[in-house]
Design a protein around this ligand. Structure first.
Ligand code: SF4
Ligand code: SF4
Length: 332
């Protein structure tokens, strides 16, 4: 396999002076209001930008294999005078954008808070719609469909917001899940860590349930069946929305944009904790709060370790699949 240089940016050093832009003959550097990115497809690793950067913000290391993905990281707000040296965005062709992927994209705090605001607004709208008297008065078969449609709308709003956020960087939704593997590149490690996270969070949930029952607090296990109904059609709806769509959207929101955006300001442990608490709170169940916070923290750590979302999505989907199957099996 061929080896080639890979240019990385240290956002703590970059002051957005714009010198690297002016020396790049390949038009490979793109600057937005809150990030600076290098397109590995356009970059020929000449090193001119590294030499031009007096802040030491750019470094070139050597990667093997296929072309590295685009490095895209947030930068500090630049002083007004210096920021003027940097154009709002480096224009790139559509084919260049399509050819590059997210790689080790680091979302900014502003992007994270924007995504969180959209999620919270959609959550409030979902709860308000389900609480409407005409909806509550519907026959059981109809209300199940309405609940499923409202839940689908809740995820749909978040997907639209995610699309908008990633498109600002010339990326697609699929790029959100992709990554460079972080420090956990071994497939065996990923499988082991994913299995450990799934078993650990499940065992914790069971132990927590037994403990709560010991205190006389019995969980409301009928919420899933109430939402989707106990019929086979309800199982199909739950499988689609809870096992497939939900984990994909929630991982993109919480372990993607939100975790990385918080990480850029709060550091990894605090960012993992905050996104896990928000994730748990949006499950709107006092009983579920602790197990969901533990699950959110485990998924956050997996996302941080692997720098991609495929493993958290797989673990989250498996966790939900067990919940759905258990609810329908126990009912039957
Ligand atoms: S030359 Fe260095 S400090 Fe200036 S914009 Fe480029 S990376 Fe940032
Ligand atoms: S290494 Fe060369 S081609 Fe690549 S971004 Fe820097 S100046 Fe541009």
């Amino acid at each position: 396999m061929a080896s080639r240089a890979r240019v990385r940016i240290d956002p703590r050093r970059c002051d957005r002076c714009g010198r690297c832009l002016s020396v790049c003959s390949r038009n490979a550097i793109r600057v937005g209001r809150t990030f600076i990115a290098i397109d590995p497809v356009a970059c020929d690793a000449c090193g001119a930008c590294v030499d031009a950067c007096s802040q030491g913000a750019l470094t070139a290391d050597v990667a093997t294999g296929s072309a590295p993905r685009r490095a895209s990281v947030p930068v500090r707000a630049a002083p007004r005078a210096r920021a003027a040296a940097v154009p709002a965005a480096t224009p790139r062709s559509r084919s260049q954008k399509a050819a590059s992927a997210a790689g080790d994209t680091q979302w900014t705090l502003l992007e994270a808070l924007t995504m969180l605001s959209v999620t919270l607004a959609a959550f409030v709208a979902k709860e308000a719609a389900l609480a409407l008297a005409p909806v509550r008065a519907l026959p059981v078969a109809a209300i199940v469909l309405v609940r499923a449609a409202v839940l689908a709308g809740y995820y749909g709003v978040q997907v639209v917001a995610l699309r908008w956020i990633v498109s600002r960087r010339g990326m697609g939704l699929r790029d959100l899940v992709a990554g460079d593997g972080g420090w956990a590149r071994s497939r065996a490690w990923a499988v082991g860590a994913g299995a450990a996270a799934l078993v650990g969070t499940r065992v914790f949930a069971i132990a927590y349930g037994l403990l709560m029952r010991g205190f006389g607090i019995v969980p409301d296990s009928s919420a899933l069946l109430e939402t989707f109904g106990a019929e086979p059609a309800g199982l199909v709806l739950a499988a689609v929305l809870v096992v497939f769509v939900g984990p994909l959207v929630e991982e993109a929101v919480f372990r993607g944009v939100l975790l990385q955006g918080l990480e850029s300001r709060l550091g990894t442990p605090l960012a993992i904790a905050v996104q896990a608490l928000v994730f748990a709170a949006l499950h709107r169940s006092a009983w579920l709060f602790v197990p969901m916070a533990v699950l959110g923290a485990a998924l956050g750590w997996l996302a941080h370790a692997t720098r991609r979302l495929s493993l958290p999505v797989a673990v989250h989907a498996s966790y939900n699949a067990i919940t759905v199957l258990a609810a329908f099996a126990l009912h039957g």
